[in-house]
Write a protein that binds this ligand. Structure first.
Ligand SMILES: Nc1ncnc2c1ncn2[C@@H]1O[C@H](COP(=O)(O)OP(=O)(O)O)[C@@H](O)[C@H]1O
Ligand SMILES: [Mg+2]
Length: 298
């Protein structure tokens, strides 16, 4: 039975399976290899992945993303307090200073732990895998940030178990990246030769990891790893948002952060523009129709 590799990021999730002599990242029901790490609760259902992300603005208070940062932490943790400000959903203190997420679900106010939310996300990843492999996948290896503590690692295992995964091991994301590079390289130095040193940089949604790895044929050695747990893609979004907010304030006399909905709409637009800016040198327009007070802004 094949072992599946899972990368449940703060923003996006990926599933890798060994196939045809390599590792293939499989697609979800939208033919997309990226599944947003998003869970939405509703009056009658819960939606996960793409379907949830689509409701980010319309059902902001019950759409949970960015929860990997909450896993295995105490409520008083400075990271948790920081996320309370950032996220549109309610993060409250649970029993024994645990973290709880409060949502409206099935016409009731309900509380979930971040591990339960992650468990729901892992269930989705199982469904995608089962559909694609046409069999029941159980064994997996899960990537975790190299800076994850024991408590965070245990919480990740709990979440996987909720979804019925049998996690054979957790692997540091830095190691996983190095492995996937090494597997395909045919020209690495022999074990008796001087190793090739390669630096890897992985910037996610909220954190940055970097490593230096020494490669020989059939062998890799982590030489050094470093990280910033509080620097990621969203910090770029925030900077662009602040600039747009100032501009719209001056020209349209509106405050883009006055409502959760407006702020989320602006965030989505700025994130899209940021990606376009990565690939283009010409100026990229940012525009929102009927933004605040029915004003079209750009
Ligand atoms: N082409 C791009 N240019 C700039 N930023 C990008 C691009 N593609 C994705 N991003 C940003 O990368 C971040 C997500 O990275 P990812 O590795 O998927 O996160 P995580 O591992 O935390 O789930 C987001 O902030 C997203 O906006
Ligand atoms: Mg990632």
């Amino acid at each position: 039975m094949a072992v599946v590799g899972l990368d449940m990021g703060n923003f996006s999730s990926y599933i890798g399976v060994a196939r045809a002599g390599g590792v293939e990242v499989i697609a979800n029901e939208y033919s997309d290899r990226l599944t947003p790490t998003y869970v939405t609760f509703d009056k009658s259902t819960r939606s996960i992945g793409q379907a949830s992300k689509a409701m980010e603005v319309t059902n902001a208070k019950n759409t949970i993303n960015n929860f990997k940062r909450l896993i295995g932490r105490r409520f008083q943790d400075s990271h948790v307090q920081q996320e309370k400000e950032f996220n549109a959903y309610a993060i409250v203190e649970g029993p024994n200073s645990s973290v709880n997420i409060e949502v409206d679900y099935l016409n009731e106010r309900k509380r979930f732990t971040p591990e339960q939310i992650a468990g729901i996300m892992f269930t989705k990843l199982r469904q995608i895998t089962d559909t694609e492999l046409k069999t029941k996948a159980v064994d997996c290896v899960i990537g975790v940030p190299c800076y994850f503590t024991d408590a965070e690692r245990r919480a990740m295992l709990d979440a996987a178990q909720i979804a019925g995964w049998n996690c054979l091991r957790l692997m540091n994301e830095t190691t996983a990246v190095a492995l996937s590079y090494g597997i395909y390289k045919a020209d690495l130095p022999e074990q008796t030769e001087k190793p090739r040193l390669v630096a890897f940089v992985d910037m996610g949604y909220t954190s940055l990891q970097a490593s230096i790895v020494a490669f020989n044929k059939g062998k890799l050695k982590m030489v050094a790893t470093s990280f910033d747990p509080s620097l990621g893609g969203r910090d770029f979004d925030n900077l662009i948002m602040d600039v747009m907010r100032d501009d719209f304030q001056k020209r349209y006399k509106i405050d883009s952060y006055s409502t959760v909905k407006a702020k989320l709409r602006l965030r989505a637009e700025c994130e899209k523009a940021k990606k376009l800016m990565s690939a283009n040198v010409q100026p990229i327009p940012i525009g929102l129709e009927c933004f605040i007070d029915d004003k079209d802004v750009n």
